[in-house]
Design a binder for this molecule. Structure first.
Ligand SMILES: [Ca+2]
Length: 461
């Protein structure tokens, strides 16, 4: 256990402390000792608490502050027949959501794949989580098919898909005995999870994400293709196909994409994409194509974002999303189609990369949503000189973006030379000496363009 000392006296709470000095006019000494944690490395996909190479063994035997790693090359599926209970501060650093899947097995018993205990800090990175069915929450309904979070959970680079439950088929953020849970999601995708309502007043659904009474921060992430299904004409009035944020919940959403979720009908305020009766602050995001409506916000704001159906008070704008697919990186994303109004329209860029890890911004500004269109780069650093009256040929080259490329010249080439817009070849016979400066521009198939200042010197002989 790590220990922090003030004036030689150990603080009781481990590495995360809050401390009030009784006298700030005198000097104090703060020191720390750090335990040498054993290294936990998962070497087998077997789910056996007695196997020292298993994830369950590492979780069971780790102490607060430990990190669990996976052996190089270990990929595949860990099938589990009961929940992975995180009851202490640990980090599980998976090899990548495209490399390691944790799946509830064939049991008929319902459980959340991960259960984060109240008051616990936990971090899950680089994992996929599937087939969970939820844990009975204090509200009496199965909640959090993939993950039920009662603690403080950071979820990074994960894929939560094809889980089911009543509240929060993908993830439920809900208190247990009253401590407010905190959920910070980054660089992740939550897709194809399905919530089914029950004819009882306490089911609120939320196909992808259910926030009952905590704080959720969603950045650089995609909520797609989740569904909430109304059963037996229940009277619940706040169903969210993608996200439901209940009245005691707060959410901040930035650079995220909520698309193609669905809601099959309810009583009041049912929304296919985001249904928020609590507070929601949304920036730089896309909400599009959700059956049953894109957006409902009881309080909060949505700015510098695109909402396809014009709900939440924005003008309707089609963000021109591609399908959810592998666009590179460990998690699925919705790409932006050529000419998308999301490209380069974020008013500020507060993230260094997109969901895939592609550096932001590309081009003149960040793109709205979780996906940044990669701009092509002109690789030609300089052009050879030519001689008046002698044939000249040089080729502009580019990389990145989405070939094929279209070339244009802004300004003028030396007299006698012309550009082939599809090949980038500059050729002809120069007719006049001089130094000619111009700007070359390449545009890729996504209509993304980049420019570079270049020049050609033509000598008279
Ligand atoms: Ca951009």
């Amino acid at each position: 256990m790590d220990v922090v000392y003030v004036d030689g006296q150990p603080l009781p709470n481990g590495p995360v402390v809050a401390y009030a000095f009784s006298n700030i006019s005198t000097d104090h000494t703060i020191s720390a000792s750090f335990a040498t944690s054993p290294t936990w490395t998962v070497t087998t996909l077997t789910d056996d608490v007695n196997d020292s190479g298993s994830l369950r063994y590492a979780i069971t035997n780790a102490v607060a502050g430990d990190t669990i790693y996976f052996a190089d090359g270990l990929t595949g599926t860990i099938t589990t027949e009961n929940e992975l209970n995180i009851n202490k501060y640990i980090t599980i650093r998976g090899p990548g959501a495209d490399k390691l899947l944790i799946s509830r097995g064939t049991t008929t018993v319902d459980f959340s794949v991960f259960n984060i205990v109240e008051g616990v800090n936990a971090s899950l990175m680089g994992l996929s989580i599937t087939n969970g069915t939820g844990t009975i929450s204090t509200y009496g309904a199965l909640a959090g098919g993939g993950i039920i979070n009662h603690g403080n959970l950071a979820l990074t680079g994960c894929s939560i898909h094809d889980n089911s439950a009543i509240d929060g088929a993908g993830i439920s953020n809900v208190s247990d005995t009253g401590l407010r849970p905190i959920l910070v999601i980054a660089d992740s995708v939550i897709y194809n999870n399905t919530s089914a309502s029950v004819p009882l007043w306490w089911s609120w659904c939320g196909g992808g994400l259910h926030n009952e009474n905590g704080d959720v921060d969603l950045t650089n992430s995609t909520i797609s293709g989740n569904a909430t299904i109304r059963i037996n004409n229940d009277l619940n009035y706040l169903h969210g196909g993608g996200i439901v944020n209940r009245s005691a919940g707060t959410m901040t959403i930035q650079f995220s994409t909520i698309a193609n979720n669905s809601e099959s009908g309810g009583w009041l305020e049912t929304t296919g994409g985001l249904a928020s009766e609590g507070r929601a602050e949304i920036k730089h995001s896309i909400i599009s194509g959700n059956a049953g409506g894109d957006c409902y916000i009881g309080s909060g704001s949505i700015t510098n974002s695109l909402v396809k159906d014009g709900s939440c008070g924005l003008a309707p704008v089609d963000p021109m999303l591609g399908d959810l697919t592998n666009n590179g990186g460990p998690t699925l994303t919705h790409g932006l189609l050529p000419g998308s109004p999301a490209i380069d329209t974020a008013d500020v860029c507060t993230v260094a990369a997109d969901q895939r890890g592609v550096a932001r911004p590309q081009g003149s500004a960040c793109d709205l949503g979780a996906f940044e269109v990669i701009k092509p780069t002109i690789t030609t650093s300089s052009l050879p000189s030519g001689i008046k009256g002698q044939a000249y040929s040089a080729t502009l080259t580019a990389t990145g973006g989405n070939p094929s490329y279209t070339w244009t010249i802004i300004g003028s080439l030396p007299p006698g030379l012309t550009l082939n817009s599809s090949t980038g070849v500059i050729s002809g016979t120069p007719t006049k000496g001089g130094t000619y400066s111009f700007t070359a521009q390449v545009t890729d198939a996504n209509n993304s363009s980049t420019t570079k200042a270049l020049s050609i010197i033509i000598s008279n002989h």
